[in-house]
Design a protein around this ligand. Structure first.
Ligand SMILES: NC(=O)c1ccc[n+]([C@@H]2O[C@H](COP(=O)([O-])OP(=O)(O)OC[C@H]3O[C@@H](n4cnc5c(N)ncnc54)[C@H](OP(=O)(O)O)[C@@H]3O)[C@@H](O)[C@H]2O)c1
Length: 312
């Protein structure tokens, strides 16, 4: 359990030795707080999400990037987000909070391959110090009785089915793949996995809207946490299927040299000045040299934030 003390001057709060300060918050707080006091205090404010539309879940992304926009060193054994954030506790705390809030956590197969085989995409794995608080928030306030559905997207169906996400009792996992991927997974014995289901959609590049429709209609997902990676997130952003981005900016500089270049949080998509999405700033938090920025993609649209001033 973390130690907590309020820094009244900045609205910041102590988690272990960390203090998250809220520097900017443009989202009007709900009349009644959502987060329980201890989590609200640790996060430096409340956290809530608009309800989903009828057709698809509300989609929030979460990435950590260096100042120069790199999300992976692409060095064997050092390509994960931890090496980008410097294993920053506040980044992990926020990731845990988002997982605790979500009905489903989604990742592409590339991101799954880069995690430890035993990893589960649940709140307590991101920040074990708050495991009990996350669990109480999830079950008592959000009334979600099970951990988030794990969703893995793969066109090829190539993945290691001995991973914990596919065989942990109590963790329900959905593999979204293509016809070819489904055939390969069937040959690999996926049907014998008790807590894992396979669904086939049209490919080879599966349309984000089809994934979201499936999750909303058949898996009752209202809030989807998109944990990347850049290829899957790029397609979702390009197709207008992301509502918010939680971006941690770690104050290190990675650089880029030999191909393939180290990715930013978008890969496989290149916008032009005419097509590039602009984001609205929702909040900025800070701890030490890290910034935790929350953006909305509802630029220039009438939103729960009201109409924000356009950047252009
Ligand atoms: N810093 C951070 O916050 C952060 C977050 C996430 C990931 N990462 C890093 O990013 C790197 C992985 O990047 P990535 O771009 O390869 O990750 P990715 O998007 O998770 O995985 C790419 C793979 O996902 C599948 N995929 C993605 N979009 C698809 C679609 N629309 N339809 C069908 N399949 C789709 C494909 O799998 P198949 O090849 O199986 O068809 C594709 O090869 C890793 O180093 C990881 O650690 C960093």
């Amino acid at each position: 359990m973390w130690r907590e003390s309020r820094d009244r001057g900045h609205g910041g709060n102590r988690i272990g030795s960390q203090i998250i300060r809220t520097l900017i918050d443009r989202r009007e707080a709900p009349a009644q707080a959502v987060l329980p006091e201890e989590l609200r205090s640790a996060y430096g404010g409340d956290l809530w999400f608009p309800p989903p539309g009828p057709e698809r879940p509300y989609v929030i992304g979460n990435f950590v990037s260096t100042v120069d926009g790199v999300v992976s060193y692409e060095i064997a054994g050092q390509s994960g987000g931890g090496d980008i954030s410097g294993f920053d506790p506040s980044d992990r705390f926020i990731m845990g909070l988002l997982r605790a809030s979500a009905d489903a956590v989604m990742m592409g197969s590339g991101t799954l391959h880069e995690t430890a085989p035993g990893h589960l995409f649940v709140a307590g794995r991101a920040y074990p110090e708050a495991r009990d608080l996350y669990a109480r928030y999830r079950s008592e306030i959000l009334r979600k009785k099970t951990p988030p559905l794990h969703v893995v997207v793969s066109g090829s169906g190539r993945m290691d089915l001995t991973r914990a996400v596919f065989r942990t009792p109590g963790i329900r996992t959905l593999i979204v793949t293509t016809k070819a991927g489904g055939d390969l997974l069937a040959d690999s014995g996926a049907a014998s996995l008790v807590s894992t289901e396979v669904r086939q959609l049209e490919g080879p590049i599966i349309a984000p809207a089809a994934i979201l429709e499936l999750l909303r209609a058949e898996f009752d997902v209202s809030l989807l946490l998109h944990e990347g990676g850049p290829t899957l997130f790029g397609k979702f952003l390009a197709d207008g299927c992301v509502d918010e981005l939680f971006l941690t900016i770690a104050s290190q500089v990675a650089g880029r040299n030999a191909p393939p270049p180290r990715p930013g949080f978008i890969a496989g998509v290149g916008f032009t000045p005419e097509t590039a999405p602009w984001l609205d700033l929702v909040s900025v938090k800070q701890q030490g040299n890290h910034l935790y920025v929350r953006y909305s993609t509802a630029h220039g649209k009438k939103t729960v934030l009201g109409v924000l001033p356009n950047r252009r």
